[in-house]
Design a protein around this ligand. Structure first.
Ligand code: FAD
Ligand code: EPU
Length: 337
């Protein structure tokens, strides 16, 4: 394995921010990873997938960056109803979705076109259009960064929640995930109730959609709504949708009847961060190289050669305005390095 010194990461993060890593290596197998880690690495380590959910705050990162490229998708077990699939962490998430949709294995079709790699999917329990990874996740294998030992975690042990898991808490920066196992349905039940999925299906004249139809419709919606990181730097939603108590929700709703929200259990309500930002007058807002996307203000975009600092200062301004206008704290979804 070749370790590069002073390595430029501009092409390894979808914000397209220029940042030099102290050192950098590509990992092509779990064995190489274990060998490297068990021999003892003196510097801090940053495990990198496709860089679609990170923001580098400075122009240097004083770590060894390990870009995970471990490949492979295989069926581990199947019966009449379900199939257990193992995907290695360096596979593109959307390639796994395509693999499953082609074979009519249901459960991740609503997660079509999410950028990034399989190994990062458990970190924030990726979700979209009414599905979350945790709904089909069985287990994963990872390697501890401090000594190279292998660990195995079940769904419950990963402590998944909305855009959250043990890997953002107790195990933050402690492990490199090497493979993930998902249990998918061989007799899929389509999930078409979120947002405009149903409307789009009707427009296409589809009455009884297959999971391929659902996947196609979601690809269309996402392509129309979200900026393509190849053309314009971004990392998807910059903040989480805030979860507030009933009292705060009713206070905002009494002033703004069009507030978009989703009722959760225990007197909690998830409200739309995009709505809060738009109502704060910060949709399609731009300062120099950085702005909020014209069709979705929850996405911060890099129009040119923005630095991590410039992006963070817009994020801070958004947070302050939302706090001032609605008394709501926005929490960052993107991992700030
Ligand atoms: P990276 O950005 O490389 O890493 C993210 C974090 O995971 C970092 O902390 C990193 O250290 C850690 N990590 C990465 N790989 C591993 C590993 N193998 N082991 C341990 N830690 C690891 N997300 C959603 O949930 N839903 C969406 O709908 C969605 N839409 C998006 C749309 C766009 C246009 C963009 C740019 C992003 C979107 N995202 C969405 C966010 C992003 O795609 C996901 O978070 C994705 O899982 C990140 O994968 P990655 O490989 O790029 O991770
Ligand atoms: N909205 C506005 N103004 C806008 C856009 C949206 O007010 O310009 C309001 C609308 O009321 C809309 C609501 O926000 O109904 C929700 O918008 P959208 O359906 O685009 O979803 P979101 O809540 O903003 C979340 C995820 C996305 C995921 C979509 C679809 C979070 C933080 N983001 O966005 O995930 O793709 O739902 O399920 O939960 C990501 O995590 O990076 C990401 C893109």
């Amino acid at each position: 394995m070749k370790i590069f010194k002073s390595y430029q990461l501009k092409d390894y993060n979808t914000f397209g921010v220029k940042v030099i890593a102290d050192s950098f290596a590509e990992i092509n197998s779990a064995e190489d990873l274990i060998e490297l880690l068990s021999s003892g690495v003196s510097s801090e380590i940053l495990v990198l997938g496709s860089g679609s959910n990170i923001l580098f705050r400075d122009s240097f990162v004083h770590t060894l960056v390990l870009k995970i490229n471990i490949k492979g998708i295989k069926i581990i077990d199947e019966n009449a109803y379900s199939v257990l699939i193992e995907a290695k962490s360096g596979e593109k998430w959307d390639d796994l979705v395509k693999y499953c949709v082609q074979r009519n294995y249901g459960g991740i079709e609503n997660l079509s076109l999410i950028p990034g790699n399989v190994g990062a999917a458990p970190i924030q329990n990726i979700g979209a259009y009414g599905q979350e990874l945790k709904d089909v996740f069985e287990s994963l294998t990872a390697v501890r960064l401090d000594d190279g030992t292998k660990i195995h975690l079940t769904n419950e042990e990963c402590k998944f929640d909305y855009r959250d898991s043990i890997f953002k808490r107790d195990l933050k920066n402690q492990v490199a995930i090497t493979s993930v196992r998902l249990r998918l349905n061989k007799n899929p039940i389509t999930n078409k109730n979120y947002g405009t999925i149903n409307e789009e299906l009707i427009n296409c004249g589809i009455k009884n959609p297959t999971i391929k139809d659902i996947s196609n419709v979601i690809r269309k919606i996402r392509t129309e709504k979200l900026p393509d990181p190849v053309k314009i730097g971004n990392a998807g939603s910059f903040f989480k949708n805030p979860v507030v108590d009933l009292k705060t929700f009713e206070m905002i709703k009494s002033k703004f009847t069009d507030l978009t929200s989703f009722k959760l259990e225990e007197n909690k309500v998830k409200i739309s961060a995009a709505w809060l930002i738009e109502k704060s007058g910060l949709k399609d807002f731009r300062v120099g190289n950085v702005g909020t996307y014209s069709k979705q203000p929850l996405v911060i975009v890099n129009y040119g050669n923005a630095t991590g600092k410039e992006i963070l200062s817009i994020a801070e301004l958004i947070k302050q305005n939302v706090k001032k206008n609605f008394e709501v704290d926005l929490e960052t979804e993107v991992n700030i390095i």
